[in-house]
Write a protein of this length. Structure first.
Length: 221
């Protein structure tokens, strides 16, 4: 099995070293680069093309939000997912990270195993939607008035009835396996539905699907 390649972007050397020690102890994760600023993170990602970037928000030079946006909008880096480090007190940063295209969020001060789990989830194409804190943040985000809230309506019309049903379940935080069980489908069929929805809506990942679903009334906050 190929190891998940990770770049750590964190301006505090001791914190970064702790992350590296934790991840280096896992056989399925390989830390291929480190960065202390957003600009360095962007340079590392462009050079190394990692699977996941663990991105702190508050960093000197280019901050983590701008670095995230530059990564997620670069077609050459479409394979790379960004996992943002955040806190309860910085909700607006989380909103900015959603806008910037982050695939997940990790609370600072959590258990070490949370980081390992988050990297595996994001690298696997899922997003961190199940934890109550992330759902609360997403619910708050999508409830804010946004001028582009209905921009996806034309594309939504391309979805079949089943795909709209699957999109609603994605928005509640269900994984592919849970969607398959809920709809009595095979896991492969559920995964195919999700892939088609992503393609039809032009969404980068499941986090964007959640935002689209809430903004367009497929599910309600």
């Amino acid at each position: 099995m190929t190891a998940t390649r990770v770049v750590l972007a964190e301006d505090q050397p001791m914190v970064r070293a702790g992350f590296r020690a934790l991840l280096d102890s896992r056989s399925d994760i390989e830390v291929v680069g480190e960065a202390a600023t957003g600009a360095q993170a962007l340079e590392q990602v462009r050079t190394l093309r990692p699977d996941v970037v663990v991105m702190d928000i508050r960093m000197p030079d280019t901050d983590g939000l701008e670095a995230t946006r530059l990564i997620t909008t670069d077609p050459a880096l479409s394979h790379t997912r960004v996992l943002v480090l955040t806190t309860f007190e910085l909700d607006e940063y989380v909103f900015g990270a959603l806008d910037a295209g982050a695939s997940g969020f990790l609370l600072k001060g959590g258990e070490p195993s949370d980081l390992v789990h988050a990297i595996r989830v994001v690298a696997g194409g899922e997003s961190l939607l199940a934890p109550s804190v992330t759902r609360r943040l997403i619910d708050t985000y999508v409830a804010r008035p946004r001028p582009s809230a209905n921009i996806e309506h034309d594309r939504l019309d391309e979805l079949t009835a089943r795909e709209r049903e699957v999109l609603g379940l994605i928005a509640t935080g269900l994984t592919n396996a849970e969607i398959a069980e809920a709809l009595h489908l095979s896991p492969l069929t559920a995964k195919t539905h999700v892939s088609r929805i992503l393609m039809k809506l032009g969404a980068r990942d499941r986090v964007q699907l959640v935002v689209i679903a809430y903004q367009n009334g497929i599910v309600q906050t």
